[in-house]
Design a binder for this molecule. Structure first.
Ligand code: SF4
Length: 319
């Protein structure tokens, strides 16, 4: 498996001139900042299904749940063309092991939500649609984290997206070992889960235990994990995870080290220091004292790729 994390992306967000007006929608944060850590797999459904750039603009039309993709002036229905192209491309993407996808918002092809759907002559457009390509992708890969570029401007959403991308990547690596990989994955993600959705832990404990014998349990585990990680990692939940981790080092730390660690957790709880400070201390002590279970926690991971992505996810705003 290639080490670099692969993410799909709407091609125009990387600055390629593929839009209907011959322009692009370059997002410097995605191309330059996030792009340092991931390998983009760019896709432009409109150009790649054979349409030129520039081209006549199109829009979603009809029933918001089953809209058609029509050109605005000539009302040419391009739904069949894009769907046929999409089926082929989804098969190709299945081999890419994508860990996420960033879609261009509002596009009738790429928008993930709130895309305008025109009911027909005289009617008012409803912002209830999903772009044709984005919908196909979601149906085929429901467990791959997806986001729109505008939502990634929000630090909380960015952190959440990156956390889910990292979790899927580690899941893919764990599953190279077969069904036994689920239990190992779960053991290494208890703190991450606590920081996002601690109430999911009992169910995930059970599913991880059953997964070695039962393929359905492994799939159900990934579904439940995804739901848990979608929950916001609040300061309160992070403090609980940090406190639980610190408790595992009881008896190993000197009084000074313990005081330093608790002070770092307290400073984070009071917004005086970033999360990376208590996490860094915990990871260092876990490794120093050979605490294998704690050292293996993804939450405390020293992996430079993950650390770089986490720093990005905690940056105050997009570049
Ligand atoms: S939004 Fe999607 S279809 Fe439109 S130009 Fe960008 S990549 Fe192509």
């Amino acid at each position: 498996m290639e080490h670099r994390i692969k993410l799909g992306i709407s091609r125009c967000l990387l600055g390629e001139k593929v839009r209907y007006d011959g322009g692009h929608k370059l997002d410097p944060f995605l191309r330059d900042a996030l792009g340092r850590f991931v390998r983009w797999v760019p896709v432009c459904p409109e150009v790649e299904c054979g349409l030129p750039a520039p081209r006549e603009p199109m829009r979603l039309t009809g029933d918001p749940d089953r809209p058609r993709l029509l050109t605005v002036k000539t009302a040419r229905d391009l739904s069949g063309r894009m769907t046929a192209w999409g089926r082929e491309v989804l098969n190709r993407l299945a081999a890419e092991d994508l860990c996420g996808y960033v879609f261009k918002s509002k596009s009738p092809s790429c928008g993930l939500s709130g895309v305008k759907v025109h009911p027909g002559p005289g009617g008012r457009a409803l912002k209830k649609g999903v772009g044709l390509w984005a919908a196909m992708f979601g149906r085929r890969f429901p467990l791959v984290p997806v986001e729109e570029e505008v939502r990634l401007l929000d630090p909380g959403r960015r952190e959440n997206f990156i956390e889910r991308v990292l979790a899927l990547r580690r899941w893919q690596e764990s599953m190279e070992a077969g069904p036994a990989g689920v239990a190992r994955f779960h053991a290494g993600h208890r703190l991450v889960i606590m920081a996002h959705g601690p109430r999911a832990l009992p169910v995930l404990d059970r599913l991880a235990a059953e997964a070695e014998e039962d393929r359905d349990a492994a799939r159900e585990y990934l579904v439940r994990l995804n739901q848990a990680l979608k929950l916001k990692a609040t300061v309160k939940k992070n403090v609980q995870a940090l406190t639980r981790a610190a408790g595992q080092l009881e008896g190993l730390l000197s009084p000074e080290q313990r005081a330093e660690l608790l002070a770092a957790v307290k400073a984070y709880a009071g917004s005086a220091t970033p999360l990376s400070v208590p996490i860094g201390l915990l990871g260092r002590y876990a490794r120093k004292y050979g605490h294998i279970r704690l050292s293996a926690q993804a939450y405390l991971s020293p992996d430079p790729l993950e650390a770089g992505l986490r720093d990005l996810s905690q940056a105050p705003g997009a570049a």
